[in-house]
Each structure stands twice: as C-alpha cells, then as structure tokens.
Write a protein that binds this ligand. Structure first.
Ligand SMILES: CC(C)(COP(=O)(O)OP(=O)(O)OC[C@H]1O[C@@H](n2cnc3c(N)ncnc32)[C@H](O)[C@@H]1OP(=O)(O)O)[C@@H](O)C(=O)NCCC(=O)NCCS
Length: 172
C-alpha cells in the first residue's frame, strides 16, 4: 500500500469529515444496534452544525488519514474542558479513532494513534484516556497493544439504549 498521510482537518473540511465519521460509525455499530437508534445518533452527533462547532473548538483537534488524497480514517482529540469526562488539565482524550473497514488491519489506526501520542507528548500531558464499548473487542485489543489499561467504566447512550464503556488510560 502507498504511504498513508496524517493531515490536520481544517474548518472547511466538514463534508469529508461528516462522510468518514458517519460511514465508520455505521460500519462499526450498525450490526449491534437498532436502525432507529443508529439514525438518531448519526443525525444528531454528526450534523454539519455540530462538527463545524467542534472543528472551531480550540480544545479539539481532528486528523484525517489519507491514501492518494482519499480519507480512509480519522482521529478526534480533546483537551481541557472539551474532554467528554474527567476534564483533567493534564490529560488528553482520544474521543474517536476510526478506520474504514476496507483499510483496517493495515496500520492506519497505528499511524493515527502515533499522531495522538506525539501531540499529547508535545503538550506535556500526563496521560491519554478514552472510552470504548465493552463489546468492541478489536478496539480494546488495539488499545491494550498500545499500552492502555482499564481504570473505570461509564454509561454511553446510543439512541434510547444505555451501554457500558470501559475507560482506559495510557500513562505518558
Ligand atoms: C480499532 C482500529 C482503529 C484499529 O485500527 P487498524 O488500522 O485496524 O489497526 P492496525 O492495523 O493499526 O493494528 C495495530 C495493532 O492493533 C491490533 N489489532 C488490530 N486489529 C485487530 C483485530 N482485529 N484483533 C486483534 N487485534 C487487532 C494488533 O495488535 C495490531 O498490531 P499487529 O498488526 O502488529 O498485530 C480500527 O480497527 C477501527 O477503526 N475499528 C472500528 C472503529 C472502532 O472500533 N474504533 C474505536 C472506537 S472506541
């Protein structure tokens, strides 16, 4: 495979961001959730308004993984008050790391995580943390391989369904 590039997502990239965010979320979770719950989540969480606001948030950063100019995955990181929980000033959250199904298993996720790691190190963060659905074994394995350990749980709401996320952290 040709080299994958990791590029910062700009404020004008809402449409490609929306496309990869919706597609990867659907590929990952449609098999385990009702159509109505998936539709509610995709419409609400990946609306142009919401993504636009996140792209303009000084405490969030998005990165695309691209192959020959096409987006094949993305990363979203949050700092400070924009972290979805904890809001620890010395921490960085990986809120989303998603690779299109057809490009998984080819080290794209590894490259996106490497970017998150270098950004967190440059910021002088003490640790990186994230929440992952307890049944998402593939992602949990990926995080364990990258030095994350479990430290708690929280409830994640998808449509009208409450699901348990495992909280994991990687100490820097
Ligand atoms: C989790 C995810 C980001 C990993 O990205 P990826 O590009 O597929 O993974 P990589 O090719 O970079 O793999 C890196 C390492 O992760 C582990 N890994 C990756 N896929 C795995 C799988 N199916 N089963 C077990 N371990 C796996 C392996 O240890 C692998 O290293 P190795 O190839 O040397 O054995 C990707 O699979 C994905 O987008 N999944 C769907 C979305 C998702 O669940 N995101 C996380 C939400 S919290």
């Amino acid at each position: 495979m040709e080299p994958i590039k990791i590029e910062r997502v700009g404020a004008s990239d809402i449409l490609p961001l929306q496309e990869v965010a919706r597609k990867t979320f659907f590929q990952t979770f449609a098999g385990d959730n009702s159509e109505a719950n998936m539709k509610d989540y995709l419409d609400e969480r990946f609306s142009a308004e919401r993504l636009g606001a996140q792209l303009n948030d000084v405490n969030s950063e998005f990165y695309f993984a691209t192959l020959r100019g096409a987006v094949v995955g993305y990363l979203k990181m949050n700092y400070g008050e924009s972290q979805t929980e904890l809001q620890d000033e010395g921490a960085v959250e990986i809120e989303r790391i998603y690779v299109l199904r057809e490009y998984q298993g080819k080290k794209v996720g590894q490259l996106l995580f490497g970017k998150a790691l270098s950004v967190a190190q440059e910021m002088g963060a003490k640790y990186i943390w994230l929440g992952v659905w307890e049944n998402n074994r593939k992602a949990i394995e990926f995080y364990r391989k990258n030095g994350f350990v479990e430290f708690g749980q929280h409830v994640f709401r998808l449509g009208n369904d409450d699901q348990t996320d495992i909280l994991m952290k990687h100490i820097l």
